[in-house]
Ligand binder design. Structure first.
Ligand SMILES: [Zn+2]
Length: 182
């Protein structure tokens, strides 16, 4: 059962009906995929992750802050504890698919160094060529250091190729991939 309070984190009331409706919609979508709302902190949702060797928590926060109120942008900020970066990205994709509108930071759209800025958002996890679901196939860890190779000069990874195509399309259509090189 979700509570959701019609207020910003600092207690200021949300007057904008549209923002409040969006928050409720996101709250219901989160509940549907088994997120729970913190009893102590209304508008803060979380899910315990316990799969494979991952044991931690993902937070989906629609509280706003005192600096950036929730009516600035009601899309929830996400963060995580004790799980891998790859697992976090997978969860972001699932949240996106379920219309929970996750974002990584307050400034996702204006962080030129951030991968989400360069990719124009969180990837969908579907192959751009054949549509196959590649959420469990891609090594999302390649996004961890940003979009440009930070793993050493010899180890150039074409990140677009890694995260936007399934194994078969990567193999069968190398020309498609060439066009995407940064
Ligand atoms: Zn494909």
């Amino acid at each position: 059962m979700i509570i959701l309070k019609r207020q910003n984190k600092d207690g200021r009331t949300i007057f904008d009906d549209k923002v409040w409706e969006q928050m409720k919609e996101i709250g219901h979508n989160l509940e549907r995929i088994r997120y729970r709302e913190s009893k102590k902190s209304p508008n803060l949702f979380y899910k315990n992750i316990s799969d494979n060797r991952e044991n931690g928590v993902i937070f989906v926060d629609i509280r706003g802050t005192d600096v950036i109120p929730i009516w600035d942008d009601p899309r929830p900020i996400t963060y995580y504890r004790d799980i891998s970066f790859s697992r976090y990205i997978k969860e972001l994709i699932l949240l996106k698919r379920e219309e929970c509108k996750p974002r990584l930071t307050f400034y996702q759209r204006s962080e030129p160094d951030g991968w989400a800025f360069l990719l124009k958002g969180i990837p969908g996890g579907l192959c751009k060529e054949c549509g196959k679901d590649i959420i469990n196939e891609v090594d999302w860890g390649v996004l961890e250091g940003g979009l440009y190779d930070k793993n050493g000069k010899d180890k150039k990874i074409n990140i677009h190729k890694e995260i936007f195509y399934c194994i078969d399309c990567k193999r069968n259509h190398p020309q498609l991939i060439e066009e995407l090189k940064p």
